[in-house]
Design a protein around this ligand. Structure first.
Ligand SMILES: [Zn+2]
Length: 217
């Protein structure tokens, strides 16, 4: 399922119906910090609250005035963790803690840019990345990277940021001829229906479930 937050990552308010509300004792994991939790997991018809995935942390926000402390992607559903239950069938207004989300969007698009330049221009493929509240990093497949390369990559990225290169989301079907082999390699079966590709100008195309800015600036 493509969630509303993946169709329009700038929606800050949205109404949707409650489909499920179940008790849960699953922990809250926020920027790697684990907290015990007892409350409810709520499934809605659709959501603007991003469920953690692809390296991007979950959103926090509200369903009416009930706080959402975590959103997780399980199967085809987004589970919204709350302290209070909501009645099935009610329509609620979703709101996002926008400052946190926008920071994630900027950092996630930044990671795509940095990883693309490192890989395409310096043969330094990204092996993992981390998006934190205070710091984010990209791990590359090399034991060391020279100061010179780091400076050149930084300058190159900053030039592209100054140029406000557009960032677009493209939706493809798995059998789309537009989709080359590299895009679908290693894709889990449940992702094979609709594929989301984040395009940074003509610099990069990358499969991703995350939310992104609309241009690099
Ligand atoms: Zn991504």
């Amino acid at each position: 399922m493509v969630f509303k937050c993946q169709e329009d990552s700038f929606l800050k308010e949205f109404t949707s119906k409650v489909l499920k509300c179940e008790e849960t004792k699953e922990s809250i994991v926020d920027y790697g910090k684990i907290t015990n939790f007892e409350g409810y997991q709520i499934v809605l018809e659709n959501t603007i609250l991003f469920p953690a995935g692809g390296g991007q942390p979950h959103d926090i926000g509200w369903l009416d005035n009930i706080e959402v402390l975590q959103v997780l992607h399980k199967g085809d559903e987004a589970l919204h963790f709350t302290k209070e239950p909501l009645a099935i069938g009610t329509t609620v207004t979703q709101k996002i803690q926008w400052e946190r989300r926008f920071d994630h969007m900027q950092q996630h698009s930044g990671q795509h840019l940095l990883s693309a330049i490192l890989e395409k221009e310096y043969t330094l493929p990204t092996t993992s990345w981390w998006l934190g509240a205070e710091e984010s990093y990209v791990e590359v497949d090399a034991s060391s990277v020279s100061e010179n390369v780091i400076r050149n990559v930084e300058n190159r990225c900053n030039d592209l940021i100054r140029d406000a290169v557009p960032v677009n989301v493209k939706f493809c079907k798995a059998n789309d001829p537009d989709l080359n082999e590299a895009h679908t390699r290693g894709l889990p079966k449940d992702c094979m229906d609709t594929i989301r590709i984040i395009c940074i100008g003509d610099i990069d195309e990358n499969m991703c479930c995350g939310t992104h800015v609309t241009n690099l600036r």
